[in-house]
Design a protein around this ligand. Structure first.
Ligand SMILES: [Zn+2]
Length: 428
């Protein structure tokens, strides 16, 4: 695989600079972090799923929360998109947090940094894969800070970063793909019979039989996604029908392609239409960095249009969003043709347990209906769960208050989550 492009963009100042502003887990892809990223060595899905692998998903063994990821902090791993902070309620559940840190510490030779201070004054400190003496003690009682390169985590948890292909008309042999180390294929669902590039049931069976996971993407023409709300509705209905015809789960996750160098605002109403049919939680976007970051929530209203993003390196100037679930790293073009055993393909990486593959629920600790139900990313009406709280975090006075009261904030977040869960139980 070709070398990945290094970032060529200067860091941008973001309005949202949530220095340890505590953000509940269900904002993991919506509100926290994301945006500017140095390279594909940073990805929050990988870091959070790694923590879930060792400590269980939030709300299982430990009631933990994702409190901070990417933020505009040059010189820190947070500024490079390679760090996450997580916490339990503090100080009431400090012991659980320390137990989580102890488990993470078992793999200290994979980390750039691990910092957590226990109530007894001891703690867990790692720098550049070495266990070291205490540092940054005072600021790390109320959370765990973990920074790592994705490749180092993938070395011990390869399921968190898999290699895959996407292709259209030229169909490689699934067994040859699997033997070459590719474990997923992204395939088209589109207006059946019109182009010949769409996934068929027979082909899906062959992929499954060879041990490949299947991901689907909808596309007709390159700029269909500019069509607006009704075009989005029609696309979702078609994509759903063709996915099911090919043997997908009843409610599959589907990516929708924005295959031109545009801006997210050009396709926002189309994605509203899509989500009105299949829900934001089942909607993904394929597109450039600018399109992905916009639809993941970096837009003026901070609205979330998609649950996952598959970013292509095309039109992205070397930037990768830290929240993406797949990266198209090598793109077959006229100038730079890519062939696998003679078939035109693009090469991809996945991030995290669940990147929208059909068989995700059986293997993922963080997906599945129960998980999705308890920790919704967005409300049924498509709005973020708690814009009021987010807005408060951005309020200067609140930030001052937070600086003095961060100990209490984790408990407050825990209380809010409980209230939301109670509301959901009431809805049932
Ligand atoms: Zn941190």
């Amino acid at each position: 695989m070709a070398l990945l492009a290094r970032n060529s963009r200067a860091p941008e100042v973001r309005r949202r600079d949530l220095k340890h502003g505590l953000i509940p887990w269900f904002y993991r892809n919506a509100q926290a972090g994301g945006g500017f990223n140095a390279d594909l060595e940073g990805n929050q899905n990988v870091l959070l799923d790694w923590i879930a692998k060792l400590c269980g998903p939030p709300g299982a063994e430990f009631r933990w929360y994702f409190t901070s990821g990417y933020r505009n902090e040059p010189g820190s791993y947070h500024g490079a998109g390679k760090a996450v902070d997580v916490a339990t309620a503090y100080p009431s559940d400090w012991a659980s947090m320390s137990e989580m840190a102890r488990r993470l510490y078992d793999h200290s030779d994979q980390y750039l940094e691990l910092i957590h201070t226990r109530s007894d004054g001891g703690g867990y400190y790692v720098k550049n894969k070495q266990r070291v003496g205490p540092y940054a003690v005072a600021g790390h009682r109320d959370h765990i800070h973990l920074a790592a390169n994705v490749s180092d985590i993938a070395a011990v948890a390869p399921e968190l970063r898999r290699r895959g292909v996407d292709y259209s008309w030229g169909r490689p042999d699934p067994h040859e793909l699997r033997q070459a180390g590719y474990t997923f294929a992204v395939r088209y669902v589109t207006n059946s019979g019109t182009t010949g590039k769409e996934l068929t049931a027979r082909e899906a069976d062959a992929l499954k039989a060879a041990g490949l996971s299947i991901v689907v993407v909808y596309q007709t023409t390159a700029d269909w996604a500019k069509g607006g709300y009704n075009a989005g509705r029609a696309a979702a209905e078609n994509a759903l029908r063709f996915s099911r015809q090919a043997g997908s789960p009843q409610d599959p996750f589907i990516y929708f392609a924005v295959d031109f160098d545009g801006h997210g605002s050009q396709v926002a109403s189309t994605f509203d239409g899509i989500a009105s049919v299949i829900g934001v939680g089942k909607t993904g976007v394929y597109g450039s960095y600018r399109v992905c970051e916009y639809l993941l929530g970096d837009n003026p209203s901070r609205k979330r249009f998609v649950a996952k993003a598959w970013q292509t390196r095309s039109w992205s100037a070397g930037s990768w969003d830290t929240r993406i679930s797949m990266a198209q790293t090598d793109v077959d073009t006229v100038v730079n043709p890519i062939r696998f055993r003679g078939h035109a393909v693009d090469y991809n990486l996945s991030f995290g347990f669940d990147f929208g593959q059909w068989d995700a629920s059986s293997s993922s600790a963080l997906s599945g209906p129960d998980w999705a139900y308890r920790f919704p990313v967005v409300r049924a009406d498509g709005q973020d769960y708690d814009n009021r709280t987010i807005a408060a975090w951005e309020n200067a006075a609140y930030k001052k208050w937070h600086a003095r009261n961060s100990h209490a904030l984790a408990q407050q977040i825990a209380d809010e989550l409980e209230a939301i869960e109670a509301e959901l139980r009431g809805d049932r």
